[in-house]
Design a protein around this ligand. Structure first.
Ligand code: UDX
Length: 436
């Protein structure tokens, strides 16, 4: 008999995990205290955009294996419980807010049957799992706790869940590892590397991976600053260093930097935790990584001012892209939306377009102006800013777009457009980290 699974928290991570585990043949109960979200998911509607996930969700609900509820007592029928709730940045500090994780364990504890395994997937500060295990040993001594960080990228959520680069499990005994091996058997059969660790190491793997990725992006953005100062070209530099397999060519795309629900908050929470541990010096460099990242946004605004005038009042600025990256409608800490909001605050008349993220962007910044299409967005613009590299924008015909704008000025904030084509069409084209 396959173990029955519950997934606590049905946001991005939880909804994906629940649908994917169901697709592997498990009975999965998704539990969330947000009744509206549960109702929506039960109807087969995804509360966010993720390629192919809504189809998978519908198929799994139709199979009868996947259900959603607000009732924690439903957990009683499950053997393994994946905790997938959010750990956002606290409002008044860099640290992660653990309210939801603690709340999930407290709500779950009375409904754990003997031998149940609680598996944390949320990204947490190191030491959290051990503290939660201590909490469970009092409230549900017959249950066990493990940690199993997720590494899924938005836009590739299904792929990263069903075909991950590796599976990492933090466990305190062999039985917990055996249960997790059984749950992940179909994925292990694909040859996926399996890494057993202790609880703190498994928590650290996640934040270390995200810190490394953030470092790579800020490194190339620092090189972009140098290239601009020295008259070099960061895209050629990135290609050239990327051929060294020790460096690799991924995550070296210079531009307006990283955003989203993970990288920015994870590096900040990591610094905050290191300070609590008295090891802050070890992560001092992350402060600089964060600063370089935020500077990339400020640099775009400086370029806008240099291309127009320092007083931006009443200039019409078209912003293409609001999501923090393409194939997502997520605007959490989105560099594109942040830049748009700053330009708006500086008095410019900003119009934004995004293929998927208009609703989420509108909710965050209701005072901003949104256009139904990229063409409407740039109509009459004094300058166009390309800030999220959707395929739709790469396929724009610059000759046609030149007829729509007031002045053919464009800043490519993602180094993703074909500069030759735009210049040939008569645009003044500014790219970050390149000769302009
Ligand atoms: C990230 C991690 O990749 C994933 O493993 C983890 O589980 C969650 O956090 P995600 O937030 O979906 O995933 O986005 P990712 O693809 O990593 O991109 C993060 C940000 O970096 C985006 O804003 C993207 O535009 C930016 N980025 C990425 C760059 O600016 N340059 C690059 O070369 C790569």
């Amino acid at each position: 008999m396959k173990p029955v699974l519950s997934v606590i928290g049905t946001g991005y991570l939880g909804a994906t995990h629940a649908a994917c585990m169901s697709s592997l043949g498990f009975t999965v109960i998704g539990i969330d205290n947000d009744a509206a979200k549960v109702a929506q998911l039960s109807r087969g509607e995804l509360p966010f955009y993720e390629p192919d996930l809504e189809n998978l969700l519908r198929a799994e609900i139709a199979s009868g294996r996947l259900t959603f509820t607000t009732d924690f007592s439903a957990a009683l029928s499950a053997d393994v419980h994946f905790v997938c709730v959010g750990t956002p940045q606290m409002e008044n500090s860099l640290a992660a807010d653990l309210t939801y994780v603690r709340g999930a364990i407290t709500a779950l504890a009375p409904h754990l049957k003997s031998g149940a395994l609680v598996v944390g997937k949320s990204t947490v500060p190191v030491g959290t799992a051990q503290a939660l295990a201590a909490q469970l040993s009092v409230s549900a001594p017959h249950a066990d706790l493990a940690w199993n960080p997720e590494f899924l990228r938005e836009g590739f959520a299904i792929e990263d869940t069903l075909r991950p680069n590796r599976l990492v499990v933090g466990v305190t005994n062999d039985r917990a590892e055996e249960i997790l091996k059984e749950v992940y058997a179909p994925i292990l059969e694909l040859g996926t590397p399996w890494i057993r660790a202790d609880l703190p190491t498994s928590e650290l793997v996640k934040v270390a991976a995200n810190s490394f990725l953030a470092t790579k992006i800020s490194f190339i953005n620092a090189m972009a600053e140098i290239c601009e100062a020295a008259g070099g070209d960061v895209t050629i530099l990135a290609e050239a260093i990327g051929y060294d397999p020790r460096i690799g060519n991924k995550f070296l795309q210079a531009g307006i930097g990283f955003g989203g629900g993970c990288l920015p908050k994870d590096i900040r929470a990591f610094m905050a935790r290191a300070e609590e541990l008295g090891a802050q010096q070890a992560l001092e460099f992350l402060r600089e990584i964060d600063a370089i990242n935020m500077r990339a946004r400020a640099r775009v605004i400086d370029v806008v001012r240099s291309m127009l005038t320092s007083d931006l009042t009443l200039y019409k600025i078209a912003v293409l892209g609001a999501a923090f990256k393409p194939e997502s409608d997520d605007v959490r800490d989105s560099p594109a939306l942040d830049i748009a909001a700053q330009l708006h605050a500086a008095g410019a008349l900003v119009t934004i377009h995004d293929p998927k993220a208009m609703a989420s962007a509108g909710k965050r910044f209701p005072s901003l102006n949104f256009a139904e299409s990229a063409q409407d967005c740039v109509s009459g613009a004094d300058i166009v800013l390309h800030l999220t590299e959707w395929r739709e924008y790469r396929e724009i015909d610059p000759v046609h777009f030149k007829t729509l704008v007031k002045t053919p000025l464009i800043i490519d904030g993602r180094n993703a457009l074909d500069r030759k084509k735009w210049v040939a069409a008569g645009w003044t084209f500014h790219a970050l980290g390149r000769k302009n």
